[in-house]
Design a protein around this ligand. Structure first.
Ligand SMILES: [Fe+2]
Length: 565
């Protein structure tokens, strides 16, 4: 049975599964070029069909998440979500009615699922599917946090464990707690949207002059530039409390926004960021300690936007209560198309485990790439037999390279197939990449990829391999020079530990190891800041030209830009 998952909200996308296999998954932003796209994922759906050679008539079930009232209204009036997209991304001058827009947004947060909205959502999504040629399918709505939970539980590899989702909100909730055992996923408790720590962090992001639902990672990074202080001195400390395995907010979202605004006014930005990050870590540590005490599971799997906070995840790991902590790598709403499909497959066919890998998107063969390269001007190219050694050699000479290989990654991180790579111990590459290529702010750190077997030589507390850059680790004493360009100012790093799941990528890391003693590299996503990661070889060449980058490996081809800096 082919099941298509479709998500038509923030970071829309599609995923196609059959049995216990994920055949294809991608997000619409990669097709439209608009980061965190909100439009109906027509292009992702047609790419899924094209990749698998299927037709609309082959799809038996179309699953979609979230039927809350506000989402339903945006399905009937799509211009509304387009307006909010521009507002949220600050692609307009500050509207005079900003306060009213925020008031409307936050006053509707607590309204969850009502029967009428579910019926209308079913109708609206089915209508969109018919418009793109689907006629005979079963429509399968899935509750928002159930979709998040399915991604965490069913790809974790755990036979048994606790499953926790925490985000801004969806279907009236900001979190869920479930048990997963003997192939069965059961909800134990919920956190209402009113008590959302995700909305809290989103509001902090906004008050700091950054884009909510997009720049939360920048807030986390900025926090490290504050002088540290004790939790007792944190002016936000009583905004949340944790009691009886529940997170409780002092204020509802509207009052909270006002209170945060007033407090932030009195201090530098990095100090305010520090307070918010410290509070988040404090709340999550207490919350997970209580959950462990009550439910007693030794494995934990996590999903939802808040779980993208790698520092908070590190603090959960450092509680040292769980044997294994798995964070689903596409933890934000971008991953719930897959979650909805998985939940439908679980309900209809009893499937509750997938052999998950992250490389689920488009790929291009040699003929495609060759015919594209022949049309390009201003470049030299050649097919190479040993791209690994060549790439490693260029990196060792302190060049950064563009690395494009195989199927595109699913989710926010480039994990070795659409990556920009450089020396992990370079003194200069960080500034070069930040200013000339990525156009990022100076305080944003880069992350490393490393051979699994080298992880515990470079980092503290490596109990299990983190393949997806979902958690921070402390860099070992004496290793900070090797990790100079991939370490944050507080001596932590967010690593990808590479095993046999990506042999091409391991090849370069092994090449680097031969030259420098450690298989570690700087790995950042192949894009210009504010734009999605590149999808096609054409996107890659275009980015190479725009950034005047000299070297690129494009599957087996070595490409050199004649007009580089
Ligand atoms: Fe969510």
């Amino acid at each position: 049975m082919y099941i298509l998952g479709v998500w038509d909200g923030h970071d829309s996308g599609a995923a196609l599964i059959e049995g216990n296999k994920i055949l294809y998954a991608a997000n619409e932003e990669r097709f439209t070029g608009r980061k965190l796209e909100v439009a109906f994922p027509r292009k992702s759906i047609s790419a899924a069909l094209e990749y698998t050679g299927l037709k609309p008539g082959d799809i038996e079930v179309v699953a979609f998440p979230t039927t809350e009232l506000t989402k339903t209204i945006s399905r009937i009036f799509p211009w509304q979500k387009e307006n909010y997209y521009k507002f949220r991304r600050r692609k307009m001058l500050k509207p005079r009615l900003e306060t009213l827009m925020r008031f409307t947004k936050y006053s509707m947060t607590t309204i969850g699922r009502i029967p009428l909205s579910a019926t209308i959502s079913n109708f609206a999504v089915s209508r969109e599917m018919r418009r793109i040629g689907f006629s005979d399918f079963k429509i399968f709505p899935v509750e928002h946090h159930t979709a998040h939970a399915a991604t965490a539980a069913f790809t974790s590899g755990h036979k048994k464990g606790l499953v926790v989702t925490i985000d801004g909100l969806g279907d009236g909730l900001s979190g869920s707690i479930s048990s997963f055992a003997n192939g069965s996923l059961e909800r134990l408790a919920e956190i209402p949207a009113r008590d959302s720590i995700g909305i809290f962090y989103e509001q902090v992001t906004n008050i700091l002059g950054m884009r909510e639902l997009e720049d939360e990672g920048k807030v986390m990074a900025m926090a490290d530039y504050s002088f540290p202080f004790k939790f007792e001195e944190n002016k936000l400390k009583d905004f949340f409390e944790v009691k009886d395995c529940s997170i409780l907010a002092k204020y509802g979202p509207l009052k909270q926004y006002d209170a945060l605004n007033r407090i932030s006014w009195s201090m530098p930005r990095e100090q305010f960021a520090y307070m918010a990050q410290q509070l988040l870590e404090h709340v999550l540590q207490q919350f997970f300690a209580q959950l462990h005490e009550r439910y007693g599971f030794s494995n934990l799997s996590l999903s939802g936007g808040i779980m993208s906070n790698v520092k908070a995840n590190m603090k959960i790991r450092e509680l040292d209560l769980f044997n294994s902590i798995y964070v689903f790598p596409h933890m934000g709403d971008g991953g719930i198309a897959l979650g909805a499909a998985m939940w439908a497959n679980y309900e209809l066919n009893g499937v509750s485990a997938y052999d998950f890998n992250i490389y689920l998107g488009d790929e291009y063969d040699e003929d495609n790439i060759l015919s594209m390269l022949r049309k390009e001007k201003g470049i030299d190219f050649a097919l190479e037999s040993d791209t690994h050694s060549h790439a490693a050699e260029l990196i060792e000479k302190d060049n950064y390279i563009f690395w494009y290989s195989g199927r595109m990654e699913y989710g926010p991180r480039a994990l070795g197939n659409r990556s920009i790579l450089a020396k992990a111990d370079s003194e200069t590459v960080k500034e070069k990449l930040n200013i000339m290529v990525k156009q990022r702010e100076w305080f944003q750190p880069f992350a490393p990829s490393m051979l699994q077997e080298d992880a515990s030589k470079l980092l503290e507390d490596v109990k299990e391999y983190n393949k997806f850059m979902t958690m921070a680790y402390r860099v070992k004493k004496g290793r900070s020079e090797i990790m100079r360009s991939v370490m944050h100012v507080d001596m932590t790093a967010r690593p990808q530990m590479v095993g046999n799941e990506n042999r091409q990528y391991r090849g370069i890391l092994s090449g680097v190891k031969k030259e420098s003693g450690y298989g570690v590299l700087l790995n950042t996503s192949f894009n210009i800041h504010g734009q999605p990661i590149v999808r096609t070889p054409e996107d890659a060449i275009d980015t190479m030209k725009k950034t005047k980058t000299k070297y690129m490996f494009l599957n087996g081809f070595f490409v050199e830009n004649k007009l580089s800096r």
